[in-house]
Design a protein around this ligand. Structure first.
Ligand code: F6R
Length: 257
């Protein structure tokens, strides 16, 4: 895993946007995996501020969707992706996909989403956040490291964290459809963003801990091209920060976005 530590979220977002623009420039990015939540917002803002000519041609797949919120609800991930990603980046609505969490069709939702991703040729680059529980997507601790898109139950700690987007914790849905860890690992490249002290423990476990379903993000150790963009607070419990900084400072020119 490549760990890069920045003074703040804006610097991390700008670096991530530079990396994505580099892939667009090389024609190596057609399908982008997008995350909701706060962590990738500075990255989306940086992409939108200086849009690459190929940006609007991207196909996008969201990681997850709540079960039990109508699509039109302002906090459904369909709405959030529309507001934070599709509109600012100027993407074609027909090419932006979010899991179908309609309660009537839940049984086949995972399989249908996997099929859509496969039909698009797979995700070239997946943007991720990390939960304080160590989740990626909504794969909470004990999720199978081989899991595919499916119904999951949110951890109480995640519902408490996400209550900030709702009037009360009770309004946070209990279930979701999320890409599996196996689905995420299939992406050609992974870019995880994390900020703040409350993510420090999960980040340290993901990067320096054992690969374990108790920290789903630790599965990224198995990915051959995973980069973590952290602020100082999110990196504060890592042991090898001097080494990560040294590696970053001494990276060869061809690794610079
Ligand atoms: C979002 C998602 C989650 C979030 C994570 C961090 O689609 O799948 O894994 O990335 O909960 O959320 P924030 O960024 O709001 O701290």
């Amino acid at each position: 895993m490549q760990v890069v530590i920045f003074a703040d979220a804006q610097a991390a977002g700008a670096y991530g946007a530079g990396l994505i623009n580099d892939r667009l420039e090389r024609g190596a990015l057609n399908v982008l995996g997008v995350a909701t939540g706060s962590s990738p917002v500075p990255l989306y803002q940086a992409l939108a501020a200086d849009p690459h000519p190929r940006l609007t041609g991207l196909t996008a797949f969201a990681l997850d969707e709540y079960v039990g919120l109508p699509k039109e609800h302002p906090e459904s991930y369909d709405s959030v992706i529309d507001r934070k990603v599709r509109r600012p980046l100027g993407l074609d609505p027909a090419r932006v996909h979010v899991p179908d969490a309609d309660p009537e069709r839940l049984e086949t939702a995972g399989e249908r989403y996997e099929q859509r991703i496969a039909e698009a040729g797979g995700v070239d680059l997946q943007i991720l956040g990390i939960g304080a529980t160590g989740h990626i997507g909504f794969n909470e601790p004990t999720s199978s490291l081989a899991s595919r898109t499916r119904l999951k139950t949110l951890a109480p700690a995640t519902r408490a964290d996400n209550a900030r987007f709702f009037d009360s914790e009770d309004e946070v849905p209990v279930h979701c459809i999320t890409q599996g860890i196996g689905t995420i690992l299939d992406a050609g490249e992974v870019l995880l963003l994390a900020q703040g002290e409350q993510k420090a423990r999960a980040v340290a476990q993901a990067v320096e801990g054992p690969i374990s379903s108790m920290c789903p993000a630790s599965a990224l150790q198995l990915h051959r091209k995973a980069t973590l963009l952290l602020d100082e607070a999110a990196a504060s419990q890592l042991e090898y920060t001097d080494y990560y900084r040294f590696v970053h400072q001494n990276r060869p020119d061809w690794q610079r976005p």
